[in-house]
Design a binder for this molecule. Sequence first.
Ligand code: BDP
Length: 683
Amino acid sequence: QDQYTLWLRYTPVKDPALLASYRRSITAVAVTGSSPTMEVVRKELGNGLNGLLETPIPFNGNASLMVGTIPSFPALRDRSKELGTEGFLILSTVMNGRKVTVITANTDKGVLYGVFHFLRLIQTAQSIGDLNIVSVPRVKLRLLDHWDNLNRYVERGYAGISLWNWHTLPDYLDSRYTDYARYNASVGINGAVLNNVNANAVILTPAYLQKVAALANVFRPYGIKVYLSARFSAPMEIGGLHTADPLNDSVRQWWQGKAKEIYALIPDFGGFLVKANSEGQPGPQSYGRTHADGANMLADAVAPYGGIVMWRAFVYDPKASDRFKQAYDEFQPLDGKFRENVMVQVKNGPIDFQPREPFSPLLGAMPHTPLMLEFQLTQEYLGQGTHLVYLAPLFKEVLNADTYAQGKNSTVARTIDGSLNNHALSGIAAVANIGNERNWTGHTFGQANWYAIGRLSWDNSLSSEQIAEEWIRQTFGNSPLLVSSIKRMMLASHEAVVNYMTPLGLHHIMGNGHHYGPAPWGNDLPRADWNPVYYHRADTNGIGFDRTVTGTNALLQYRPEVRKQFLEDEKYLLWFRHVSWGQRLRSGRTVWEELCYKYNEGVDTVRAMQSTWEQLKGLIDEERFQQVRMLLAIQAKEATWWRNACLLYFQTYSRLPFPANYEKPDHSLDEYKQLSFPYAPGN
Ligand code: BDP
């Protein structure tokens, strides 16, 4: 079982009746069109169907499966308007007296998406007898952001080194580049930012742009555009200028020239992603200019070619009272000041990809600016490369959240897909969890998160459960026991990590730098808001960060309805309030008891996942079975470590005993504090 093939395994259909019915309905295939994308379509259908149906399917004129753009099917002309530029139609119909299945779209790219969907139906054992599926992506830009450095080190990467071998590009084109594009296309991802947001200007030099162009050429037939992270000070570092001031004429001209050079090599270059004035990155504020000045200058440079700028709102100023409020304070006043081709890219929460965060208040506060939502697939704060955490429930929680920006039902999903504020641009970007490991993501279940973000960016109405089920069937097979057991594990896993790391709204209590393991005691970094104690604020009275009027009042950044919800929902308790240890919660338990309960619940869930997995022995190939079994054992050990270290530490403030029925920590607090991880994958 080669895990390289991800969810496109195309193993033979097992159920004999189903196999027979598929064979009856797909006797021959006809694909019209000859573009590179249509060549991909032919190849995919050939491999897919031959594998799934275990028989060579002829490509000829008497086809029962007909594939091509709308002009190939005059009878379907009217359906064109339903499909946009990327959507597709899969239709069971009768043509020339024959029963056929048609896969069509307005563009070749749309046809490719349709073909992947059709193959997915077979892989997941669906009936294909009577289809009338119209599927159009809700979000225009569905991107992976790679935090890959030019030396191939991946920031926060836990799956090997970068896929991009800059040294051998552009002459050597690893077949893996094609496979990467193919897997992305199969879930609807249509763009990739190739390099780290902590950018190196060298990527913009002529030699490197040739390399970027080579990748763009490989990706193009799969509908994937390339984008680059741009370093704001590039005009100084590689352009010989003395300033990077966005209002300086030479600087503006330099970027215009750079854009011209890029588009000459890559006519469909997507645009720039920028991290500015954040964590030491250069930016317009160094020249007394605003984020809008910086973004607009770059936007003007790429506008003539249809390019865009994704300007990140991940900023936090050491002088501010509460890091939570920073992005909003800096960006909300700029709403309406950006060019049309600028998107402001906002992380899902106000701090930084914690196991659970309230949605970022900016998501309800910039109606005049198209917002790009940034998620993180790489599990920097969620167990990194070893924990099984299925992220779709986290994504859904954010997308379904209601900002009330324009009354009820102003969800984050509607903000992001552009429908709430009528934006032409819309997008979701996910920080990739991919490296050069044979199975791409290291942990087999990391593949599910890559899969999920593609599917959800395409269609945010899909449920976590539907996506999990699709992925399991394609990755492990259609056996009902497998599907139900693995689904149970996946659906429980996000709440589990929240519980064993940061229950009840705790956040940012991990180890410094590498972010590996618990360190709620952390208090020795120069900036207050880098230290865990800043976030949990435990003292002998209680625990939690008061963000109400009596505290930093960060809550004011949300609409009244949202404030009320966050104050009522105990999932977010310690995000917004400092509560006494003895306060009773809805469960009847006190805050201290509830903390103990939740940490234990998290550990118990991981142990239950382990025993569920054990029952699958023999139903899964030995290689994957053992791999996941070992990783689950690490996860169980680390969940216990998080629980014990955190509870022992918080107990020094609560000064209350552990409730009798729970397992006691097997080490002292000091022992936990002394653990050190000099070579943990860091930043
Ligand atoms: C944090 C990471 C850091 C990134 C930063 C960012 O710890 O490595 O550079 O976010 O998003 O999550 O820019």
